[in-house]
Design a protein around this ligand. Structure first.
Ligand SMILES: Cc1cc2nc3c(=O)[nH]c(=O)nc-3n(C[C@H](O)[C@H](O)[C@H](O)COP(=O)(O)OP(=O)(O)OC[C@H]3O[C@@H](n4cnc5c(N)ncnc54)[C@H](O)[C@@H]3O)c2cc1C
Length: 418
């Protein structure tokens, strides 16, 4: 089917234009395939392989650069129709067409949660295949550590189920390997009993930034699985103590606004993806202050020793191969209005990230680890992984996709190089 790529046409196919979080990612594919079953995904990949067509895969649409999840003048596969959710005892089967709100909503009646995204509109597949920062990482590890099995269509169109025992090499490689191995058509996610959570959202003025960052550092250093997590100014812990007891350091900083709540993991409105409008970050941005619609944010994501320990001790591991030591991932996310500022803003972001990294290097504080889900398109997230893991990833790719369908024909997203 050849389509005119009007907004209406895309919407009819379940691929609404606003399903791309980054407006720059709205490209113009020539053909769009929206399969309704895993078998149809398999057929699509076979045809694509035969025709040697270039293609891209779209789900939650949150990856943040043009070409990561879309393609001009070639084939786009949208998985929005693979949206089944089946709650089981201790796990949930989830189709890739779901976002985390769908999954948390399905689990809520059972008093269960799974390890997914903090924001509700993020797609299940991208986040689960890349890592997965969630409020409960300290205790349960990352989303990728909690995938029990995957149904995946390989480059030759074969549909297989990957578990710890079946295709164990691929099972490991999918824990951080993103879209390098195939199209996942079902994730089985481990679930946990957490009927209620206690949340705190705090807004501080500029004078509190130093105290806030100092408390983020203390939170990262804690070697305790129970201060479950802090994401920027949003803290969530299991249970009903209000305000959440594990965030005492933060609640002691004088906030200009504090919202504490007892709720369930099914996210409330405050957990909507901010579309660059909720968080503010003030810093030396004078050089770009004239950019129309400038909206800079600075988020601190904490990696604690306990969150890494999960993969170290579960007998599977993951691609990150991080040591059990605290890290704080700095995430800069900047919005602006006009396409004419794209190049300037990309250059500014790159220079800022590289400049700050060089300062950290001089101070002996830098890590080369880059979280792929928030990586700029100019960065290489594989360069920060242990070399032996990257070598193994290549071997596994050669074994399961010898023709390079997910390398040569599908090049969007973060692809492992030669
Ligand atoms: C507002 C916002 C909030 C965020 N919050 C968090 C957070 O709380 N925690 C966190 O860890 N990350 C977070 N992220 C980062 C997020 O995890 C990544 O952007 C991730 O790629 C989103 O996945 P998706 O399915 O929505 O994206 P897509 O853009 O649809 O997919 C991402 C990549 O995976 C590929 N892909 C998609 N589906 C499949 C499939 N079924 N099989 C194989 N490959 C596939 C795509 O081709 C693409 O390259 C956030 C991002 C944004 C923009």
């Amino acid at each position: 089917m050849r389509l005119s790529l009007s907004a209406a046409g895309l919407s009819l196919l379940g691929l609404a234009v606003d399903s791309y979080w980054d407006i720059r990612a709205g490209l113009s594919p020539a053909y769009i395939i929206v399969p309704s079953t895993a078998d149809k995904v398999s057929k699509a990949v076979q045809i694509i392989g035969t025709c040697q067509a270039k293609f891209s895969v779209h789900d939650g649409g949150h990856m943040n650069y043009p070409g990561a999840n879309n393609i001009d003048a070639c084939v786009l596969i949208g998985l929005s129709n693979l949206n089944a959710i089946d709650v089981k005892n201790g796990s949930v089967d989830v189709g890739p067409g779901n976002n985390w709100y769908d999954v948390y909503s399905a689990l809520e009646p059972y008093g269960s949660v799974c390890i997914g995204g903090c924001m509700k509109t993020i797609g299940v597949p991208g986040l689960s295949l890349i890592g997965g920062f969630h409020y409960f990482n300290n205790k349960y590890g990352y989303a990728m550590d909690n995938v029990i099995s995957y149904d995946i269509v390989l480059g030759n169109g074969t549909l297989i189920t990957v578990t710890r025992d079946a295709y164990s090499d691929l099972f490991w490689a999918l824990k951080g390997g993103a879209n390098n191995y195939g199209i996942v058509t079902r994730f089985e996610l481990r679930t946990f009993d957490v009927p209620k959570v206690s949340t705190t959202i705090q807004v501080f003025n500029e004078t509190c930034i130093a105290d806030f960052l100092s408390d983020v550092c203390e939170a990262a250093k804690l070697d305790d699985e129970d201060p479950i997590a802090a994401a920027s100014v949003l803290g969530v812990q299991a249970g009903i103590s209000m305000p959440p007891s594990q965030f005492t350091n933060f609640t002691q900083i004088r906030a200009i606004e504090t919202i504490n709540n007892i709720t369930t993991m099914k996210p409330c409105d405050t957990l909507d993806s901010p579309k660059q409008t909720m968080r503010t970050w003030k810093d030396a941005i004078d050089k770009i202050a004239d950019v129309q619609g400038l909206y800079p944010t600075f988020v601190t994501n904490v990696i604690s020793a306990t969150s890494i320990r999960v993969a170290k001790t579960n007998g599977v591991g993951n691609l990150w191969g991080l040591e059990e030591e605290p890290l704080i991932i700095w995430q800069f996310s900047t919005g602006w209005d006009l396409a004419q500022d794209d190049i300037r803003m990309e250059a500014w972001s790159r220079q800022l990230a590289e400049h700050l990294h060089s300062i950290n290097k001089k101070l002996g504080l830098a890590s080369e680890f880059i979280y792929m889900a928030d990586t700029g398109e100019w960065q290489d997230p594989f360069a920060g992984l242990p070399e032996k893991n990257v070598d193994l990833m290549r071997e596994i790719r050669s074994a399961h996709d010898p023709a390079g369908v997910f390398f040569i024909l599908s090049y969007g997203g973060f692809k492992l190089g030669l």
